[in-house]
Design a protein around this ligand. Structure first.
Ligand code: NDP
Ligand code: 8X3
Length: 258
């Protein structure tokens, strides 16, 4: 049995691209009101216009850098009363930078990953969870990764950041016990988004090679999994869902057609 999400307010970070943008689409289709955040406001506004037209849904967009803790706090505290009371938070903002050995890695890349994937997720979650706990209801859904369950060559700091997301999700499940709030993690393998272009600093050829010879997941596959978590009845919670392309068994075990 699934629950009806009509009229629920859903905040999605990283909504300007990939998995976050696909989540906006599926939650709009489910009749939700959307708060979309990312740094590229023009993209958010374009998809908001389309979603309003196609689904007649209410959409609020905000330019937000999740690394900026004062801005995150001020944003959540300053919501128009019509938009307070977030029912579902989808933490999709995140990125990988580089794929090098630890001794060759770029420290700026490390800082960007840790500041975004770990600290940014914490700032947003803390700001939103307070209201959820006070109201006795809410659902936080993190986009983790297979990199939060395994490590792979050159994955060092990205894997560490996603292992942190796994640990935060598990610990949060304990913290929220008895509060009426649920916490889930959807942890995909390879997904065809802008992720690899960002990881390789705009090197599209190298990014494309990640997906050569196999069909990766698409943003929509992950968004459908997120929607599945969000539509469980109140007595059930998906704590972690590892979602892989059929052609990928583990981080480095992939089957490519030649
Ligand atoms: P995309 O690059 O397509 O999307 C990443 C999103 O994160 C963009 O909307 C980007 O928006 C946003 N973002 C990045 N940095 C910040 C920031 N500082 N503040 C606010 N928003 C930010 O990649 P995906 O959709 O694939 O990535 C989404 C999540 O999924 C990430 O957490 C990633 O680690 C995870 N993931 C991805 C996999 C994949 O293979 N693609 C597999 C497993 C997990 P903007 O630049 O406009 O700020
Ligand atoms: C993204 C998937 O395998 O590139 O988190 O780390 S992977």
């Amino acid at each position: 049995m699934s629950i009806d999400l009509k009229g629920k307010t859903v905040l999605i970070t990283g909504a300007s691209s990939g998995i976050g943008a696909a989540c906006a689409e599926v939650f709009a289709g489910a009749g939700c009101r959307l708060i979309l955040a990312a740094r590229r406001l023009d993209r958010l506004d374009d998809s908001a216009a389309r979603l309003r037209e196609e689904h007649a849904c209410e959409v609020l967009t905000t330019a937000l850098d999740v690394r900026d803790r004062p801005a995150v706090d001020a944003w959540v505290e300053g919501f128009d009363p019509a938009w307070t009371g977030i029912d579902i938070l989808v933490n999709s903002a995140g990125l990988a930078r580089g794929l090098s050995t630890l001794w060759e890695g770029d420290i700026n890349d490390w800082e960007e990953m840790i500041d975004t994937n770990v600290k940014g997720l914490l700032w947003v979650t803390r700001a939103v969870l307070r209201g959820m706990v006070a109201r006795g209801s809410g659902h936080v859904i993190n986009i983790g990764s297979i990199a939060g369950h395994e490590t792979y060559p050159g994955g060092n700091v990205y894997c560490a950041s996603k292992h942190a997301v796994t640990a935060i999700g598990r610990a949060l499940n304990i913290d929220v016990l008895g509060t009426g709030v649920r916490v889930s993690s959807v942890d995909p393998g390879l997904v065809d988004t802008e992720f690899s272009v960002v990881r390789f600093h705009g090197d599209r050829k190298r990014a494309d090679s990640v997906y050569t010879g196999l069909e990766p997941l698409h943003g929509r596959d992950v968004a459908d999994a997120v929607l599945f978590c969000a539509t469980r009845p109140p007595h059930a919670n998906v704590r972690e869902m590892v979602l892989m392309p059929s052609a990928q068994a583990a981080a480095v075990h992939v089957h490519r057609k030649s």
